[in-house]
Design a protein around this ligand. Structure first.
Ligand code: CAO
Length: 262
C-alpha cells in the first residue's frame, strides 16, 4: 500500500445529498457585500480561465446492473478494509483503464497553445460539494491503485474537504476530472473543463428505466447518464466517443475491468 501511509481508519461518512450547504442568513432589507474567498475564489479563477476553452460535449447512458451487483459485494467487505465503497472508485478505475488507451485525454495544454503534454500519472480529480463550496482534489496515480486504495483516498479527501482542510498537494497536479453530480441529483450536465486539463466527465443519478435486451424483452435497466466535455482544440469528437465507449464497456461488464487491473 505504497500511497496509504497517511490514511487513518474509516471516519463517519454521509451522502452529499444529505448535506445541504449552510445558507446565508436571510437578508433583512439591506444589501450585503462579502469578499469572495476560500474554495469559491479558486473556483472563480479556474472557471474564468476555463471559459476560453472550446468545449466539445458528448453524452451517453451506461447500464450498470452488473456494476450494482459488484458494488453490493464490495460494500459488504468495505468496513473490513476500513473504508466505504461507493460507485465512484469504480467509475474512477474504469476511467483510468480507458485513459491508458486514450492518453490524449489525460494531457495538458500549455498556455502558449504550442505543446501538449501527455501525463504519465492518472491523477484523477473528483469534484466535491463541501460546506465551503466546490473543491476539486485529486487521487494521485489511479493507474497504480486498486479499488480499495482509490476508495480509501477518496474517503480521506471527502472528509478533509468537509472540514476544509485539504492539503495544497491534494489540489495540485490533477490530470483528468470526474464530477458525480448524481450524488445530489440530475441526469445530464454540461461540465466545465478544469484547466490545464483537457477533459471532464459528469455522472448523473443512477435510475431504473425500461430498456430492451438482445431478445427484445423489456427489462429494468439501472442507468447512469454521463456527460463528457473535451477541449476541442486538441481532442476530436471521435476520440471522445471511443474513450467513452471503452469506459462504458468496463462499467457494463465489470469482469472485463477486473481482468485488466494490475
Ligand atoms: N447515483 C446513485 N447513487 C449514488 C450516486 C449516483 N450518481 N452517487 C452517490 N450515490 C450513493 C452512493 O452509492 C452511496 O450510497 P451508499 O450509502 O449505499 O453507499 C451514497 O450515495 C454516498 O454517496 P457520497 O456522495 O457520499 O459518495 P460518492 O463517492 O458517490 O461521491 C463525492 C463523493 C465527493 C463525489 C460527492 O459526495 C459529491 O460531492 N458530489 C457532488 C459533486 C458536484 O458538486 N459536482 C458539480 C461540480 S460543478 O459545480
Amino acid at each position: 500500500l505504497r500511497f496509504l501511509g497517511h490514511i487513518g481508519p474509516a471516519e463517519t461518512t454521509s451522502k452529499a445529498s444529505d448535506q445541504p450547504r449552510p445558507a446565508f442568513t436571510p437578508l433583512s432589507g439591506q444589501d450585503k457585500t462579502i469578499p469572495i474567498r476560500g474554495y469559491t475564489r479558486i473556483m472563480m479563477k479556474t472557471m474564468t480561465q476555463a471559459n476560453t476553452i472550446p468545449h466539445f460535449g458528448y453524452n451517453d447512458e451506461v447500464v450498470v446492473n452488473r456494476l450494482i451487483d459488484l458494488r453490493a459485494q464490495l460494500k459488504k467487505l468495505a468496513s473490513e478494509k476500513g473504508t466505504k465503497m461507493s460507485y465512484m472508485p469504480l467509475f474512477i478505475k474504469a476511467a483510468s483503464l480507458a485513459l491508458t488507451q486514450y492518453p490524449v485525454l489525460n494531457a495538458s495544454l500549455d498556455s502558449s497553445l504550442e505543446n501538449i503534454t501527455y501525463k504519465s500519472a492518472h491523477n484523477i480529480c473528483v469534484a466535491m460539494d463541501t460546506p465551503g463550496g466546490l473543491v476539486v482534489p485529486n487521487i494521485k496515480h489511479c493507474e497504480q491503485r486498486n479499488l480499495w486504495e482509490i476508495a480509501l483516498e477518496l474517503n480521506r479527501l471527502q472528509e478533509a474537504g468537509k472540514r476544509q482542510q485539504l492539503d495544497r498537494n491534494d489540489l495540485a497536479d490533477g490530470t483528468f476530472t470526474l464530477s458525480n453530480i448524481g450524488a445530489i441529483g440530475g441526469t445530464y450536465a454540461s461540465p466545465v473543463i478544469f484547466p490545464p486539463q483537457v477533459a471532464i466527465g459528469a455522472l448523473g443519478k443512477i435510475e431504473v428505466h425500461p430498456r430492451y435486451d438482445n431478445h427484445m424483452q423489456i427489462y429494468p435497466a439501472h442507468i447512469v447518464k454521463v456527460s463528457w466535455a473535451a477541449d476541442h482544440r486538441v481532442i476530436d469528437g471521435a476520440t471522445m466517443a471511443r474513450f467513452s465507449n471503452l469506459w462504458k464497456e468496463y462499467l457494463e461488464n465489470p469482469a472485463l475491468m477486473i481482468a485488466e487491473m494490475r
